[in-house]
Design a protein around this ligand. Structure first.
Ligand code: FDA
Length: 418
């Protein structure tokens, strides 16, 4: 079989790329080893798909080359994707911090993309494994095989008749697009395929690690914090990199049975490295010292945790006092102790012992080194015809629709060139 463009990976980036290339009249085949396309889109945003962010700018992305994403995000911005969603009649709303979500199920976005695949004539093959990639002239050959025990599933993608190869077949293509995403959530079919291809062709890789992931705590820390499981607060969580650069996020924080989670924690996890500490401010903007001093004057007989419970959830107030032992009555607490309580609330330094890893991480940091790629087209500079897009590239967004925006933008750019 011969096509102009073979896209491996029918996720957000791959489908966008296939649609755009097919619009240009290219003969496009897009394959995925999963039984359904866009599985991460389907489960994203709690089932409502946070499909973009109106504040998406390069500063919302982590990469060894922070300016690499500028061109793609300019060429295909959040407004472009909103226009596509609007044209499909998908209702959406802005939730918070510029995050746009579907009003209805995330499968609408999958259906929209598979609908475009069908309209543009791009062919989708599911339950299809790609292997044995070879350079052939100016193009490539790839072996496509049916995935044993997996049948292409219509799922919600009614608009595309999915089909996989009945037997192994070789495909020749002028352009080969690697859109196989990152390693997070292996249970959903995530693989390190992009790294295998990069290694095969001698491309540099930025070491991958889980991002947007909950922290775990050491057993003794966990034992002390066990009563807090389920407590959530609006917090500011900060991390200072070895070079002194401080990053902070003001969002919700959740204490869990394993450690710390919630949006503020997921955000900071992308900046955290093994062994680093983070600082929690659990009552941001509140002068806890002043509040405790006022409470001491007003009612010195009350316990410090009672006064703190006016600021924090009761269980958290109790835990803070247990972590900062002192007199039982506020009247007996000197200013030094009140300052210690203030620091425990608003400058709590905690050292996670790890993260939950790829099992629950929303994204993978690192990927194919952007130095290998053309920022306008995502083409591999040293190997004409090869493209890498989406999460497989060393560009990772914050939580909040930024990662899909990168997938759409990088997929769109490659689709104009492949
Ligand atoms: P993506 O992972 O979407 O697609 C890769 C495709 O390649 C998959 O279909 C996979 O099956 C296929 N594949 C992998 N290896 C293969 C192989 N060897 N052969 C063939 N096919 C292969 N982001 C956001 O902006 N807003 C949100 O609301 C969310 N929510 C969210 C929730 C959860 C639980 C997760 C895990 C992630 C998110 N994200 C998110 C992140 C977002 O899903 C992610 O960044 C994009 O899906 C990345 O798009 P890609 O197309 O690059 O990879």
């Amino acid at each position: 079989m011969e096509v102009d463009v073979l896209v491996i990976g029918a996720g957000a980036a791959g489908m966008m790329c296939a649609i755009e290339a097919a619009k240009r009249g290219r003969r496009v085949l897009i394959v995925d080893h999963a039984a359904a396309p866009g599985e991460k889109i389907r489960i994203s945003g709690g089932g409502r798909c946070n499909f973009t962010n109106v504040n998406a700018t390069p500063k919302n992305y982590l990469s060894q080359n922070p300016s690499f994403c500028i061109s793609a995000l300019r060429r295909y911005g959040w407004r472009n994707f909103v226009a596509m969603v609007d044209a499909a009649g998908i209702a959406w709303h802005e939730k918070t911090l510029g995050q746009l979500f579907c009003d209805g199920p995330a499968t609408q976005v999958v259906d929209m993309l598979t609908g475009h695949l069908r309209q543009t004539g791009a062919r989708l093959m599911l339950a299809t494994a790609a292997s044995d990639i070879r350079r052939a002239g100016n193009g490539f050959t790839v072996l496509l095989s049916p995935v044993a025990g997996k049948a292409a599933r219509r799922g919600s993608a009614q608009s595309v008749p999915p089909s996989g190869p009945a037997a192994p077949m070789q495909v020749s293509c002028a352009s080969l697009v690697i859109a196989t995403g990152g390693k997070s959530i292996p249970k959903m079919g995530a693989t390190g395929f992009a790294f295998e291809v990069a290694t095969q062709f001698g491309l540099d890789i930025v070491a991958p690690r889980p991002g947007l992931v909950p922290f775990t705590l050491a057993p003794e820390q966990l034992a002390a914090l066990a009563p807090l499981a389920g407590v959530a607060v609006d917090a500011v969580v900060s991390h200072t990199a070895p070079g002194g650069r401080k990053t902070s996020f003001a969002e919700a924080l959740l204490f869990t049975h394993r450690g710390l989670s919630g949006p503020a924690i997921l955000q900071i996890s992308s900046y955290w490295r093994e062994g680093d500490a983070i600082t929690l401010s659990l009552a941001p903007g509140v002068d806890v010292f002043a509040a405790l001093k006022t409470a001491r004057v007003a009612n010195g007989r009350q316990a410090p945790q009672t006064a703190l419970a006016a600021i924090l959830p009761k269980r958290l107030a109790q835990a803070i006092v247990e972590m900062t032992p002192g007199p039982e009555r506020l009247a007996d607490c000197n200013d030094k102790h009140l300052r210690a309580l203030d620091a425990a609330v608003n400058a709590w330094v905690i050292r996670p012992n790890g993260t939950e890893g790829y099992r629950t991480a929303e994204v993978m940091l690192g990927g194919v080194d952007t130095d290998e790629l053309d920022q306008k087209t995502m083409a591999v500079k040293s190997l004409p015809g090869l493209y890498v897009i989406g999460e497989a590239v060393d560009v990772t967004g914050w939580l909040g629709g930024y990662n899909f925006q990168w997938a759409w933008a990088s997929g769109w750019c490659a689709g104009q060139a492949a």
